[in-house]
Design a protein. Structure first.
Length: 430
């Protein structure tokens, strides 16, 4: 006869077996990576790959022998929600992925793949799927939201009746249309009592699915929430760093989409490496300037959610925003490019929001305004780019040396030097 305790033991044993299998799988994948790195010379002389392997494997085994008992819901069955839910399930968390379409849920549960957004990638067999929002979010510790920015408020309104102490983490990198609200602003408005955080970083979903080492940032004022998210998602292939600058981390993720579009466009024009470096660095200057006006710490933009995400998306065809820019640079209009992409590209809306806000509040955002002029005012890209190059004398890093905003003194000095040189030249000619 089997007592309920026996059956519990069986279930625990099954879980331990599954956890052990998953830990073994990860460790052997890790060994593969280290082997490849060593063969290609990345192991370097001083690095003892077997010591690294055993140290990392030991840490991983420690984490996986005591899988967190966190209960998590991920809302949004696109590429990112799926990739993150998969990481959590693989770490042994009780994880449910909510997708609004019932047929999609059935297909995902049957095939254990997300055929539309991540075709060919097998998902962890412990991941659960649901199209029942109430069931998905009730009794969870953390609800991660990965729907597009334009659907974020509606999603919060829909889950509001089922919130009874869960924390919320936004994975969305956008802004609300016409309100300029960031996701954290919307959470504060819709669910003022809730403990929340935002997660952002260079996290191209497809690379995460391929176990390519990546890192991200969880930003929250709540230390327990930061730790819980780190425990839930950290693995040998995914490192989760922490921050308490919610605004800065969130703005990094949202604003970089603008510049990924600009860089996609620049790539279509086959610009040089110097030009790419200039755009990327001046983009960072705009982002931190805008961030400071919104109350963020400019140093946050030097982290993964700033420079990190900017680098990943501004240099890769894997970024949907980069691809939009590339299509625009090849002569397509914005509506056709969005239609052809068929996935979320938050930058399309973010350019409009940031252009309007910066214009209204007098924040100097020349690249954003230039992009807006090309996309929405039908201005010729070359003319706009040349105009950008002629824009005044500015300081490199304005937090090190402030700009002389009017530039009047410098311009007068340049004019007088130029006229003195011209006078000298004409004297010589006499
Ligand atoms: N894909 C990526 O590599 C990364 C994406 N993100 C961010 O994650 C957010 C989601 O993006 P992806 O998953 O990539 O988008 P996606 O385009 O792959 O999928 C969007 C998903 O949201 C669903 N959706 C749309 N409207 C909805 C609504 N009203 N209610 C419920 N579900 C709805 C769609 O059915 C689809 O499943 C975006 O803000 C994006 O910037 C962040 C990091 C990486
Ligand atoms: O934010 C991302 C990676 O960090 C994904 O970028 P895209 O939305 O441009 O694909």
């Amino acid at each position: 006869m089997t007592s309920p305790n026996d059956s519990n033991k069986d279930t625990n044993n099954e879980h331990n077996d599954t956890d052990k299998q998953s830990s073994d799988k990860q460790n052997s994948l890790l060994a593969g990576i280290i082997e490849r790195a060593t063969k290609s010379g990345l192991g370097r002389k001083k690095l003892n790959p077997s010591a690294v392997e055993s140290a990392v494997a030991k840490n991983m085994a420690k984490i996986h022998s005591n899988p967190t008992k966190l209960r998590l819901a991920f809302l949004g069955g696109g590429s990112f929600g799926t990739a993150m839910a998969n990481l959590a399930a693989r770490n042994g968390c009780d994880t449910t992925l909510w997708v609004r379409n019932k047929r999609t849920v059935k297909a995902m549960a049957k095939t254990q793949t997300n055929k539309k957004y991540l075709p060919g990638h097998k998902l962890d067999d412990r991941l659960k799927y649901s199209h029942d929002l109430a069931a998905a979010v009730k009794d969870k510790d953390i609800i991660f939201i990965a729907v597009p920015g334009l659907a974020f408020r509606e999603t919060l309104k829909n889950i509001a009746p089922f919130i009874s102490g869960q924390s919320i983490v936004s994975l969305t990198k956008g802004m609300e249309k016409d309100t300029f609200a960031l996701m954290s602003d919307i959470i504060k408005e819709e669910l003022p009592e809730v403990n929340f955080g935002v997660m952002s970083g260079p996290n191209l979903a497809i690379e995460i699915m391929k176990n390519m080492p990546s890192a991200t940032v969880i930003a929250s004022e709540s230390e327990p929430l930061r730790h819980a998210v780190q425990a839930a998602l950290h693995s040998a292939f995914f490192r989760v760093f922490a921050s308490d600058d919610v605004k800065g981390v969130e703005l990094g993720g949202a604003l970089k989409n603008i510049y990924a579009i600009a860089m996609g466009m620049a790539a279509a024009y086959e610009v040089g490496e110097n030009t790419k470096a200039m755009i990327l660095t001046r983009a960072l200057a705009e982002m931190s300037r805008f961030g400071v006006e919104a109350g963020a710490n400019p140093l946050t933009f030097l982290g993964l959610s700033g420079v990190g995400d900017l680098y990943a998306t501004c240099n890769s065809e894997l970024s949907r925003n980069f691809r939009i820019g590339n299509m625009l640079g090849r002569g397509m209009n914005i509506d056709a490019a969005v239609k052809k992409l068929g996935q979320t590209a938050e930058g399309v809306n973010t350019i409009q929001q940031v252009h309007e806000k910066a214009t209204r509040e007098g924040i100097y955002m020349p690249i954003t305004h230039a992009l807006y002029a090309v996309i929405y005012e039908d201005k010729a890209a070359l003319g706009v780019a040349l105009h950008l190059m002629e824009a005044g004398f500015r300081s490199d890093v304005e937090f090190v040396m402030a700009h002389d905003h009017s530039n009047a003194a410098l311009t007068a000095h340049m004019k007088s030097s130029a006229s003195k040189t011209a006078d000298k030249d004409s004297d010589k000619d006499k």
